[in-house]
Design a protein around this ligand. Structure first.
Ligand SMILES: Cc1cc2nc3c(=O)[nH]c(=O)nc-3n(C[C@H](O)[C@H](O)[C@H](O)COP(=O)(O)OP(=O)(O)OC[C@H]3O[C@@H](n4cnc5c(N)ncnc54)[C@H](O)[C@@H]3O)c2cc1C
Length: 512
């Protein structure tokens, strides 16, 4: 039995473990090794208003604006204010952010930020540097349990009392805890095209759904325009910064594809670039990034260079084939501003949570920050709540029933619930893959994992069908505009069915 059981060892899970006192017993479960996560892949950096003349209010304004009138203004304010304080504290504790010769943080600028405020570490290896830092400072009271897949959340008398887990040898057991925290990350691998780690299969959404929690904003999936794509397979992200340095989007004949689509061409908003590339693929054929004009590519983008050359593509001399892929999930398990879900003793932080800070579209480099801020807030909440839980007798069945995962599920997600969706494609998907509650214990472990993939996919498709407008990253070509009727409304899904909640969208001026 643990005081706190954290499911997930990315930035959110590790920040929480690090923020709790050593008097507590803490378990951090990861379904693979410690470096298999989206955090490990984060290239661009982390946003904070640390530069001269910058301010959390300005960062909040940019965040609200990217969120397409759907972000929760008060929480955005928490994100940017508390985020800055956390970054300052990490800097003083020696997290090795890249610095100028004077020792000041080297700041980059990314799309839709009004100023330079992106800190990075190890060049394009910011996420990995965070993991290394947290793993180095994590103390003995934190028990790391790699290769431990959570199959089910255990709910007794309306409270979450722990998890059912499968270990590396395939044995099932239970772990009880005073508090259970979902830090399971994103959903990219539900799609055939993605930038995400292979562990990002949306387990947290299905675990929470089956535990009776409310989920919201699931229709808001951000697609990154440029995922390296070879023979229909995704091979990691080519960061926006490469286009920022002058790389062009071209067809096989070397002609630019953004001509006539947007005056900013390659540097148009992410959604517009992504839709243009996808339409080109569907109607005319492959799209490439031409980065041959970038000097010292290897020095500027060491990880991307290595990824390309591992695939026998020399970015300094050849075109890089790219296609949009699922990148970040704005929605997730509904939480309050402290990370509490609607199920007592169950919490959610990081990408799996819907805190409302991203609204309908995430501002670049805000997600690592969200992981840090809400993990720290949750640590304070748990300390106030206390640890007064009595261990229960729990008997779980070791089911053997099979569930056959549809072989074309990922492809259908890309084609029907992807970057270009409409009522027809969504209805077709929902008819073939309806949302369903499973009695998880009846199934064998491998089949439960497949059920989680299936459920997470149908949750997203259901929400996308319910929101009859286009907003932020949710683009339906049957309703291509945002509708005032939907402003401030959230689509909420739970075992009780669907409802429409309210999002606190206020005028920026009155809140900040
Ligand atoms: C290629 C790429 C580049 C990015 N670049 C940036 C960037 O520059 N800046 C930025 O702010 N954001 C960036 N992001 C987004 C950001 O990396 C993620 O949103 C963030 O790292 C998520 O952190 P997390 O802790 O919530 O989840 P993750 O880091 O994904 O960790 C999830 C953890 O949950 C575990 N887990 C999942 N399911 C189970 C289960 N059933 N049982 C046990 N364990 C489980 C996994 O093993 C893993 O340890 C990028 C994302 C990608 C994919």
């Amino acid at each position: 039995m643990f005081d706190v059981c954290i499911i997930g060892g990315g930035i959110a899970g590790l920040m929480l473990a690090h923020s709790l006192p050593s008097s507590l017993s803490i378990a951090v479960l990861t379904k693979e090794d410690s470096f298999s996560s989206n955090t490990a892949l984060a290239q661009g950096g982390i946003a904070a208003s640390i530069g001269p003349g910058d301010h959390p209010t300005s960062h909040a304004m940019d965040t609200l604006s990217a969120g397409a009138e759907h972000a929760h203004a008060k929480r955005v304010n928490l994100l940017t204010t508390e985020g800055l304080a956390i970054i300052e504290s990490l800097l003083s504790r020696g997290l090795p952010f890249d610095a100028t010769e004077e020792g000041l943080p080297l700041l980059g600028r990314e799309a839709a930020h009004s100023t330079k405020r992106i800190l990075h570490a190890g060049g394009d290896q910011t996420g990995k540097m965070f993991l290394q830092y947290f793993l180095a400072v994590t103390e003995d009271h934190v028990k790391r349990l790699p290769y431990s897949s959570v199959l089910e959340l255990i709910v007794r008398d309306g409270e979450c009392v722990g998890v059912c887990v499968e270990d590396a040898l395939g044995n099932r057991s239970t772990i009880q805890a005073h508090h259970t925290v979902l830090a399971t990350g994103g959903i990219g691998q539900l799609y055939s095209q993605t930038s995400n780690s292979f562990v990002a299969t949306g387990d947290g959404l299905s675990l929470a759904f089956h535990a009776g929690a409310v989920l919201e904003d699931l229709e808001f999936v951000q697609f990154h325009p440029t995922v390296l794509t070879l023979h229909g397979q995704s091979h990691g992200l080519i960061s926006e910064a490469v286009r920022g340095e002058g790389a062009l989007l071209v067809n096989a004949a070397g002609q630019r594809i953004m001509t006539g689509i947007h005056p900013l061409m390659e540097l148009a908003p992410r959604d517009i670039v992504a839709r243009a590339i996808e339409r080109h693929w569907q109607q005319k054929g492959p799209v490439f990034l031409d980065a041959q004009s970038i000097e010292q590519f290897e020095l500027k983008f060491p990880s991307i260079f290595k990824n390309c050359t591992d695939l026998h593509i020399d970015p300094e001399r050849e075109l890089i084939p790219v296609r949009p892929g699922a990148h970040f999930h704005m929605g997730g398990v509904q939480t309050d501003e402290w990370g509490a879900t609607t199920v007592p003793r169950l919490y959610a932080i990081g990408e799996v949570a819907s805190t409302g800070v991203h609204g309908a579209n995430r501002l670049a480099s805000n997600s690592l920050l969200e992981g840090l801020v809400f993990a720290k807030r949750l640590a304070s909440k748990l300390l106030c709540t206390g640890f007064n839980f009595v261990e229960k007798e729990i008997h779980l069945a070791d089911g053997t029933k099979e569930f056959i995962l549809p072989a074309d599920l990922q492809l259908r997600m890309t084609q029907q619930v992807g970057i270009l969706r409409n009522v027809e494609t969504l209805q077709k998907f929902n008819a073939d893959f309806p949302l369903h509650r499973f009695d998880l214990q009846q199934y064998s472990s491998q089949h439960i994992k497949d059920i989680h993939r299936y459920t997470a996919s149908s949750l997203i498709a259901t929400a996308a069908l319910l929101r009859k407008e286009s907003r932020g990253a949710h683009y339906r070509d049957d309703t291509p505009e945002a509708s005032t009727q939907w402003t401030g409304k959230t689509v909420e899904l739970s075992l009780a069915g669907h409802t429409f909640g309210k999002r606190l969208v206020q005028q920026k001026e009155t809140v900040l």
